[in-house]
Design a protein around this ligand. Structure first.
Ligand SMILES: Cc1cc2nc3c(=O)[nH]c(=O)nc-3n(C[C@H](O)[C@H](O)[C@H](O)COP(=O)(O)OP(=O)(O)OC[C@H]3O[C@@H](n4cnc5c(N)ncnc54)[C@H](O)[C@@H]3O)c2cc1C
Length: 592
């Protein structure tokens, strides 16, 4: 596989030229004090180095070797512990963490770029810091001050890792039916008992302690999602002086053998009366988890983008080198036996689709990250509320659309390699296998689509949708006429999404199946329209600068490709939605 090169030029373009993040941060007092352009530049440069030089070279060997389990002990592939130590020592685990407890305090718009880089370099590696950062978010938002002081500094420093223990064998999507129990003890702690499955980083050799966040039920808990509480369960108990004490009664029963992310330990975790501490209020555990959900879900979307970016980089290099057949318009490399495959229209279609999705995805994930930053740091209640509503609306789109396109894109990258894409040596098949999980975990994409249409669009009576649609409409009506080639198709796509949303708001009143029948295609129509907005914003930032740098020529060419060749997908998706739910129920279960 070609080396990974962090796409810093495009990240700078998105942050500075498309969104002018500095002016957003200037309006958010807490960020105005901690973030400046120089720091951000240094972070991007250094993250680019550590991910491309230290982590990326391990990606293939780690996939070949996988994780090992023996008598409850899990070891990660050769090179992972050292690479993790280097990564942690750079402060990267706590890049978005609260500075009060030793985090770097960077806004999500910046840490999102770091997440993309680490996940491009190795998705399996990136999961360990990601789970830790996610656990820290919940602890910081909901745990007692005492727990925060004991656990957060070592977690941000990467000395201890985190895990999220939600899933049980019989309870994945429907967490309301979990069976893990937590018995209150006289000293205020709890004894946690039960078995969790599929726990990423539940056990490993990267850190000296692992801090599990576990969903469990108190003895008198009401049934369903309103009876779930959240507990912090350390692998090793922590003494009063901060040193590590006895081993807690939690152990790894086995690890899964799976399709991809072989170097990420996916563990069965047994809690046998393990000591735990409640995080947040009793029976409000799901709400406490949801604090980190928006961040994690955006992070999973970014994993889709990250795999797709790595696939694209390899595919472009390959397409420039691989000689097969002649161009339909006559030989281009006359001194060679054949032309490089990049001359062929179908190869160009694949490469441009990949590029358009990746750059659109980078802009969109950064846009959502900026809403998260505004929601967290704005002191203006109206501004904060608007950003919170946009985060609620756009998070399921970011998670599901970026990961669905992540699979499509990595498959295209594999296809560019022909037969060589199917064999392991070139690394393209690994990216396809690795990215597949992003459509499944952290809430399947089907569930994201239900969340978007059912809870966010219809649940808000269309109000959240209007916020986003009005912003796009304002952009269109105030854009310079020179942008018309982009704003006109954007306007038509927005009209289509407006109509479809109104149609669904109406239909959902009468047919309870309508939302579930329409949701995935609706999410995709939404995603393509949101990317059209991103591409119009990027075209605006690039137009007129073509003579300065080829980067802008490439950007505008890709924008034109997106509007001409990819945005029209909304029409077939819209037709599917409007076909309604009837045809889904023509067969009885035993007629399938
Ligand atoms: C490699 C890996 C790592 C993971 N890491 C973690 C982790 O760190 N921590 C953790 O707690 N879990 C983890 N998981 C679990 C993961 O989050 C779940 O697998 C996922 O949420 C789906 O749950 P399930 O597998 O039980 O599928 P199910 O819930 O059984 O769903 C099966 C299918 O039915 C659909 N479905 C279910 N309910 C509905 C509905 N109401 N409407 C429409 N469709 C529905 C789903 O979309 C899906 O297609 C991991 C899983 C894997 C494979």
């Amino acid at each position: 596989m070609a080396d990974y090169k962090a796409p810093l030029r495009d990240m700078r373009f998105v942050l500075n030229e498309v969104f002018d993040v500095a002016s957003l941060w200037a309006q958010l007092p807490e960020l105005a004090d901690t973030v400046d352009a120089e720091t951000v530049e240094a972070i991007l440069e250094e993250a680019g180095k550590v991910t491309s030089r230290t982590v990326a070279p391990l990606n293939r060997s780690a996939d070949e070797e996988g994780c090992h389990w023996k008598d409850t002990v899990v070891t990660t592939p050769a090179g992972f512990p050292q690479a993790y130590q280097t990564y942690a020592e750079g402060g990267w685990v706590g890049v978005g963490g609260d500075p009060t407890y030793g985090g770097m305090g960077m806004p999500k718009a910046v840490s999102a770029q770091v997440e993309e880089m680490v996940n491009s370099s190795s998705l399996a590696f990136g999961l360990y810091p990601m789970l830790t950062a996610g656990a820290c978010l919940s602890i910081n938002a909901h745990a007692s001050e005492e727990l925060k002081q004991v656990y957060l500094p070592n977690m941000y420093a990467g000395i201890w890792a985190g895990s999220m223990c939600l899933t049980e064998a019989h309870a994945g999507t429907d967490l309301g039916i979990i069976r893990t129990k937590a018995e209150p003890q006289a000293d205020g702690s709890y004894k946690v008992s039960g078995t969790k499955i599929f726990i990423t980083g539940g056990e490993h050799d990267l850190t000296e302690n692992i801090i599990h966040l576990v969903l469990a039920k108190l003895p008198d808990a009401p049934a369903g999602p309103k009876g779930i509480s959240l507990f912090l369960v350390p692998k090793f108990m922590v003494n009063v002086d901060g040193s590590l004490g006895e081993r807690n009664a939690v152990s790894c029963g086995s690890i899964e053998h799976k399709m991809g992310i072989q170097a990420s330990a996916t563990c069965v975790m047994n809690f046998d009366g393990a000591v735990g501490y409640i995080v947040g209020e009793a029976n409000k555990g799901l709400a406490a988890m949801f604090t980190m959900m928006n961040y994690e879900r955006l992070g999973v979307g970014i994993q889709g983008l990250a795999s797709a970016e790595r696939s694209y980089q390899s595919a472009v290099d390959y397409a420039r080198d691989r000689l097969q057949s002649r161009s339909p318009t006559g030989p281009k490399a006359k001194d060679k036996v054949a032309d490089p495959i990049i001359v062929h229209p179908d190869v160009r279609r694949m490469l441009l689709t990949m590029k358009a999705f990746n750059e659109g995805g980078r802009a969109f994930s950064t846009y959502v990250a900026m809403q998260l930053d505004t929601a967290k740091f704005s002191e203006e209640p109206v501004t904060r509320k608007r950003a919170e509503d946009l985060v609620a609306l756009l998070t399921p789109v970011a998670k599901a659309f970026l990961t669905d396109l992540g699979l499509e894109t990595t498959v295209l990258g594999q296809q560019v390699f022909g037969g060589h894409g199917y064999i392991r040596e070139w690394g393209q098949e690994q990216l396809v296998r690795d990215v597949r999980i992003t459509q499944i975990y952290e809430g399947t994409n089907g569930i994201q689509a239900l969340d978007l249409l059912g809870r966010k669009v219809i649940g808000s009576g269309g109000a959240f949708y209007r916020l986003f649609a009005d912003e796009i409409r304002h952009f269109i009506t105030t854009a310079q006429p020179t942008l018309a080639e982009f704003t006109q198709p954007l306007s038509a796509a927005l009209d289509n999404l407006d109509d479809l949303t109104a149609w669904l708001l109406d239909r959902a009143k009468n047919d309870p199946n309508e939302i579930g029948a329409a949701s995935l295609e609706y999410l995709h129509v939404f995603g393509y329209t949101a990317y059209a907005y991103m591409w119009a914003l990027m075209a605006k930032a690039a137009l007129g600068k073509e003579a300065q740098e080829d980067f802008y020529v490439s950007k505008l060419g890709t924008a034109r490709f997106y509007f001409a060749r990819l945005l029209p997908r909304i029409h077939s998706l819209t037709a599917s939605v409007k076909a309604g739910s009837e045809s889904l129920f023509l067969l009885e279960a035993d007629q399938f």
